[in-house]
Design a protein around this ligand. Sequence first.
Ligand SMILES: NC(=O)C1=CN([C@@H]2O[C@H](COP(=O)(O)OP(=O)(O)OC[C@H]3O[C@@H](n4cnc5c(N)ncnc54)[C@H](O)[C@@H]3O)[C@@H](O)[C@H]2O)[C@@H](O)CC1
Ligand SMILES: [K+]
Length: 514
Amino acid sequence: MKILSAQQLAEADKSTIDKQQISSNDLMERVATLVFERIHQRLNGAPVPIKIFCGIGNNGGDGLAIARHMIQHGYQVTVYVTNCSKKRSPDFLVNYDRIKDVTNDWPILLSCKEDFPEISSQDIIIDAIFGTGINRALDGWMADLIHYLNESKTFKVAVDMPSGLYANTAHKKEDAILKADHTFTFQTPKLSFFLPETGDNVGTFEVINIGLDPEYMMQVAPLAQVISREAAQNMYQPRKKFTHKGNYGHVLTFAGSKGKMGAAVLSAGAAINAGAGKVTAYIPEDGNVMLQSSLPEVMTLQSEGEDHITDFEHSLKDTVLCIGPGIGTEKDTCSAFAKAVIKQSSPIVIDADGILILAQQPELLKDLPKDSILTPHDGELKQLLGEWKDDYERLEKAQEFSKEHNLILVLKGAHTITVAGSSQYVNDTGNPGMATAGSGDVLSGVIAAFLAQGYDPLTATVFAVYIHGASGDLAAQTYAHEGLKASVISNFIGASILQLFRNPQQPQEPQRTQ
Ligand SMILES: NC(=O)C1=CN([C@@H]2O[C@H](COP(=O)(O)OP(=O)(O)OC[C@H]3O[C@@H](n4cnc5c(N)ncnc54)[C@H](O)[C@@H]3O)[C@@H](O)[C@H]2O)[C@@H](O)CC1
Ligand SMILES: [K+]
């Protein structure tokens, strides 16, 4: 699913009005009806007090139209209009008149702090103050209103976007942004929904398909794409009957050191669990018994170093190299790392200490095969890119780095983002239980396994990130977030691939919970 900018959504809006030969108000009515239906399905006529706060632009117009439908269906609705400017949009004005036709009264105007209504914990608040049209931070009593609503303990539903939130540009820490519990967003989610500095404002969200011009939607180059279940299904490569282990590739993991042999077990184990035909773990000598007893399916090669890897003399022909988990940064490990990556000619998966070594020896970047995959967490990413001032600069710097070095970057987080040149793929599986030691080692093994099975590097990466998150989601159903650990996530990889093809009635537009 594409993520568009606020400006692109406005263009899509115009194109829809032209092509479908409807008025902008018809489109607003369509949107408001769809939102009303979703609310009505949940509330089912319940006599809860609902307070709808409307701005004076089209988001406010949506709010007025939603309010009208709710009133006509017997809901207890009070409508407030934030009278912050005389520049009311034409579609706001149409709906301002229409609601008066239904209630025989104008909505309540708010013009200063003293006008704020009392809010009880039983109320439901619907926020239709600002949507994608916001172009500067809220100030004065409008900012106070947002803080006032945020302080209330009541359930808050945002229309299109939580008011005050920008769709795709950075905020200052002090900006007033509504903290919604649920957001009904139109046509595409916004990039800010997925970024750590702003995503918490959105609560759970639902994307409502409002029927914007399909031709525009098809041709527009998105800011990023969310990997939907359907997209992941299309990436999957089923196995053919007359095949053998040689058809599914050979992964060589270069991982582990004294005290961190678990990283080697986890990355090699995940590569086997995700379908690599053969896996060899290259490890320090002392780790051999542990590795062989933990993973009977995995072969081992041992470095001369007893407690860390000190050398690398092996052939990498027809082998996918997965390098870095738990190797440490000893001098001889760094030289062995350099030998291995220089020797390799096909894309390499580089994780953890491997990324730190690259940051220390940036001259190695030019020796990495094109489309090699780096999987940094933010601490490792900072070693590579330096500090960033906000989430958007983090993405820009990652794109520049990816383009400059022809690499794929996997920016790990609640919504892991895979950056390949100017393209960005946002992952929507996974949960906070996966913030646990070794989870990244598992991911590196899964990416390597898909590469070994013949997926192209970008697909292998995006699909692995999806499946890794989906495995964590399935595992959490049995183990809870707290009980998740990396080996458990790894053991659910097969189940999550099966799950990908279950429930054919799954809705097209994903409904999701953060
Ligand atoms: N293409 C779409 O996605 C559609 C969008 N619609 C609605 O239209 C909304 C966008 O409407 P608008 O473009 O009218 O914008 P908004 O309703 O978000 O904002 C309205 C006005 O607020 C002013 N403003 C911006 N920042 C301000 C600030 N800090 N303080 C005070 N005033 C400020 C702007 O000048 C603008 O006139 C969407 O969020 C959505 O709710 C739908 O009605 C129809 C389809
Ligand atoms: K809003």
